[in-house]
Design a binder for this molecule. Sequence first.
Ligand SMILES: NC(=O)C1=CN([C@@H]2O[C@H](COP(=O)(O)OP(=O)(O)OC[C@H]3O[C@@H](n4cnc5c(N)ncnc54)[C@H](O)[C@@H]3O)[C@@H](O)[C@H]2O)C=CC1
Ligand SMILES: O=C(O)[C@H]1O[C@H](OP(=O)(O)OP(=O)(O)OC[C@H]2O[C@@H](n3ccc(=O)[nH]c3=O)[C@H](O)[C@@H]2O)[C@H](O)[C@@H](O)[C@@H]1O
Length: 434
Amino acid sequence: MDVSIIGSGYVGTTVAACLADDGHDVVNVDIDEEIVAAINEGHSPIHEPGLDDLLAEHAGGRLRATTDYAAVRETDVTFLAVGTPSRDDGSIDTGVVEAATQSLGEQLGAKDDDHLVVVKSTVVPGTTDELVIPALEAALGEPVGESVHVAVNPEFLQMGSAVENFRTPQKIVFGVDDGDQWALDRLHELYAGVVEAADPAVVETGLREGEMIKYANNAFLASKVSLINDIGNVCKEFDVDAYEVADAIGLDDRIGERFLRSGLGWGGSCFPKDVAAIIAAAEGAGYEPPMLTAAVEVNDRQPERLLDLLADHTDLDGARVAVLGLSFKPGTDDVRGSRAIPVVEGLRERGATVVAYDPVATGKFREKHPDVDIEFADSAAAALDGADACAVVTDWDEFAALDAEFDSMASPVVVDGRHVVERREGITYEGLTW
Ligand SMILES: NC(=O)C1=CN([C@@H]2O[C@H](COP(=O)(O)OP(=O)(O)OC[C@H]3O[C@@H](n4cnc5c(N)ncnc54)[C@H](O)[C@@H]3O)[C@@H](O)[C@H]2O)C=CC1
Ligand SMILES: O=C(O)[C@H]1O[C@H](OP(=O)(O)OP(=O)(O)OC[C@H]2O[C@@H](n3ccc(=O)[nH]c3=O)[C@H](O)[C@@H]2O)[C@H](O)[C@@H](O)[C@@H]1O
């Protein structure tokens, strides 16, 4: 099929490259000229395993990028994959979705044959009905469902394994209005390669249900991590290793072994944003969700607990503290919502000097947080050299192998927020929940 994708960030670029690899002709439309140029040159604008190779293979062939929305007229299907950031009150800012929908509608008004618009961005229930469809109808001058159809198809990929996750999902969700068979047929055609290769469950549902499934998925996973963190904090009080407890309870398949790693908590561009958005939407509708609010509270407290553990062993005022890891999780350079931010800010507030190391995220951290006064080291060894204490923030594999590097610290105090450091002897080691 001929596919256009509006927005070429983590989701838009991954989906574009994978659909091109499945044999579709894909065009990415983005307002950012640098992103467009990178894709056309066959380079990934983001750090994702496998994405560079796919772009190198398909750019200039089945995949291209442009800033010109007119490209959508040459396609059968358009995905909306633009950002839905948080406002200060936690609710989602749908401004970009609205702007992109208007630009899209203007082009589709000048197109003769039928077209499917697929909302891929994460939006709260009702957004497609109340914002996307009316904006399209205003631009088209006709009701949606005649020549232009609309569907919701949330994305469940994880950063750091985006390509693999898109290709081998456990489920695909198609949300359509009133069982719109024409839209469902187009979606099945689009995903035929994925379904054939990975045999995922295909959930056919309504627009609002499709939107809500995405939030329920993320809210459940974030709450699962907060619950194991809450239990882990209890474990720490009793000198119990929360990881041994998690390994055992995870054997019960009603609980499941994944997302039971306790420690500093969840960050990223999605869990914090999506949990806040669904809480704000629920509150706006008159329901205050106590479990979700508690999940956020537990998450907000974990960095403070790490700082308190450091302070138990080191006078932080004037201390030099090595922070290992800046990305919100291993395998990505993304620092959005990273637990490194409250840790670094907390250390600075307590009077410490911070020297940070991350294998790939230093550049992004510098760019996003230019005002945070820290030093950056080129290696974990350089960060640890002469440090009075160390905080492990991200579970990068290379931190597991650190050993003699701790011997060059002025005082070998290590507070591990991620259960990653293996060495115990000859250092003062504290785990957050073990
Ligand atoms: N990042 C992730 O792992 C996942 C994200 N999502 C959701 O997917 C959506 C997109 O997320 P990301 O890809 O992370 O966002 P992103 O911020 O990485 O990318 C958004 C892109 O849209 C472009 N853009 C902004 N305004 C535009 C306009 N008017 N027209 C065309 N392009 C425009 C930006 O230049 C940027 O390249 C969000 O709703 C997010 O919650 C869903 C699943 C996974
Ligand atoms: O909506 C999204 O954008 C995506 O959000 C998450 O994916 P992602 O943000 O890439 O990262 P995760 O691997 O889920 O990790 C999120 C955070 O939870 C933390 N985490 C995860 C698992 C765990 O056991 N413990 C834990 O603290 C990680 O360190 C990280 O900070 C979801 O897992 C994806 O399914 C979803 O598509």
